[in-house]
Write a protein that binds this ligand. Sequence first.
Ligand code: FAD
Length: 397
Amino acid sequence: MPDTCDVAIVGGAAMGSSLAYHLVADPGFSGRVLVIEKDPTYRRSASALSAASIRQQFSSPVNIRISLFGIRFLRGVGERLAVDGERPDIALREAGYLYLASEGGARVLEENHALQTREGADIELFTQQALLNRFPWLNAGGLACGAWGRSGEGWFDGWGLLQAFRKKARALGAGYRAGRVVGLEREGSRVTAVQLADGERIACGAVVNCAGAGGRELAAMAGLDIPVFAKRRSVFAFTCPERLEGFPLLIDATGVWCRPEGEGFIAGVSPGAEEDPDWEDDDPATQEPDWGLFEERVWPALAHRVPAFEAIRPGRAWAGPYDMNLLDHNAILGPAGEPANFHLCNGFSGHGLQQSPAVGRGLAELIVQGRYITLDLSDLGFERVRANRPLRERNVI
Ligand SMILES: Cc1cc2nc3c(=O)[nH]c(=O)nc-3n(C[C@H](O)[C@H](O)[C@H](O)COP(=O)(O)OP(=O)(O)OC[C@H]3O[C@@H](n4cnc5c(N)ncnc54)[C@H](O)[C@@H]3O)c2cc1C
């Protein structure tokens, strides 16, 4: 019997599994959901390689609202995603983000803080002296101010969240199928089936592109050109002999970030646009961490900002793919328009894990009810991309 489904979700990591869960949990939905995932180990998915942190400190209202929804969801994951009485534990730690700004960046930080506060985020603004009082391990030289999330920001077990979504979605009836989507069949303005590399064809009522770094390729199969490119991002682990109490996720004025992980820390920075080659799924050389970044940018900046980090011991490192939306560094969500039943869930540009609860829910509402109900995500629609009207996000890490 050929397989068929009402909604085919291509890519079964955090986004695909969150959407699958929200669809099958929706009392208004009675169709069949099939998640098609080319690599069920998720070894190279961004969700498995993520720094898995959540912040409210964005510069656009829709992103702040998404993360306010996200933190509430993450706090309640144990109950909401329990299966047969087994409650997942994603080890959520709300230690805050600490954004630091020099004189040049102070105005933007203050503007963002005012917006975040208006939206209901719990962010405190510090002067240079107040930073020193609150974070005594910091070298505040060259800083004008900083903003720290008193609550609602921190980090969690990203792998645990992906697995919890997946397990719950399956328990409620979503199907998962190993396979790589290599083509889409169309009749007029509708996709009628997805074709898999193993030759199988799965008839479907709608398709959702949750393919992460493979999202551009999948969109091209639907005849769409989306400005989303897979970019390598490296994460470096290290330990520090000194104990630094209450260390948050620190974002230095240089753009270097760092946060506690286990007994040590992890850190990274975005390379400049001119040294930012694409991550190629079938080329392992593009997936190696960029150690040069650690030596030339990450460690020097951290050792300057936190003098205790002069004596660190470097550990392992890894790299993962950011699905970068080069138009405006924001997600592209919802119907593509043409084909009429093809939906986008792409371009998260490094903040998709924290957005997976709200985005999964929003897209499920859109598919089942034809509109957003819990949270209006229409600012992130494809229309702005077609119209070349960027919704710029100033806080990209
Ligand atoms: C180093 C790093 C640090 C990050 N830090 C953070 C952070 O601190 N906070 C945060 O919120 N976000 C962070 N992110 C971003 C976040 O991890 C991603 O935005 C999010 O995980 C995207 O989830 P996804 O399900 O859309 O994509 P992915 O997790 O990449 O999953 C896509 C899936 O689609 C599958 N697939 C692709 N093509 C096909 C096909 N043709 N057929 C079938 N299957 C296919 C892939 O195998 C993959 O499993 C980070 C990312 C990286 C790489």
